[in-house]
Design a protein around this ligand. Structure first.
Ligand code: COA
Length: 170
């Protein structure tokens, strides 16, 4: 059973470390080291996380298992790709479980918590972009009722990648 709570400004250091660690674990060996360095520097700096935490349209959720931090998620209002027609759609922009805690149902619970939080914030649907080669995550989203809506580009350093866009109602 997970305990999931909203992150606050007090969590900036923990969240920055966790964001970097989980992104590197997940995608470090599939990407050019220089592209990774650029992306980590831009997207996971303490300044960037601080700014996102203070954005009223962004919510970070932290997931604990028996007092151990095992993962986090970020949901974010704002612009969506053209294939998302719902103007009350929020983005599940990140969901990460520390690698040695994966496969125990924590990610599924965290995604459900994101949907609950989105509903509470009066959104009606949730969308996400997932790297097309990330077949494990895609299978999980499909099992959780997400439906393929289209595609979008994702830039990692100098690398232009193709994301599959999924969405579902909340
Ligand atoms: C995707 C992720 C959040 C799922 O969390 P989780 O706790 O492992 O998920 P659950 O235990 O609830 O569900 C397990 C499912 O996740 C899938 N999964 C995805 N990546 C996995 C991984 N690296 N290890 C184990 N399972 C993984 C499994 O295939 C499994 O699906 P299946 O039962 O159909 O085989 C987590 O694996 C993760 O952080 N992956 C790396 C980062 C990532 O890809 N994030 C999504 C970016 S869009």
């Amino acid at each position: 059973m997970l305990t999931i709570r909203r992150a606050s400004e007090k969590d900036i250091a923990v969240l920055t470390d966790l964001s970097r660690k989980t992104f590197e674990e997940a995608f470090g060996d599939q990407n050019d080291p220089e592209d990774m360095r650029t992306y980590l520097g831009d997207s996971f700096s303490m300044a960037q996380i601080t700014q996102e935490l203070s954005d009223p349209e962004t919510t970070f959720l932290l997931a604990y298992h028996q007092d151990t931090l095992v993962g986090y998620a970020k949901i974010q209002g704002g612009p969506a790709p053209d294939c998302i027609r719902d103007d009350k759609a929020i983005q599940l922009s990140r969901v990460y479980i520390i690698s040695h805690h994966m496969g125990r149902g924590f990610g599924s619970q965290l995604i459900q918590a994101c949907m609950d939080e989105s509903l509470q914030q009066r959104y009606t649907s949730i969308w996400l972009g997932v790297w097309e080669v990330n077949v494990d995550a895609r299978r999980l989203y499909e099992r959780l009722g997400f439906v393929r809506a289209g595609a979008k580009k994702f830039i990692l350093g100098t690398d232009v990648q193709q994301d599959v866009v999924y969405a579902r109602s909340v």
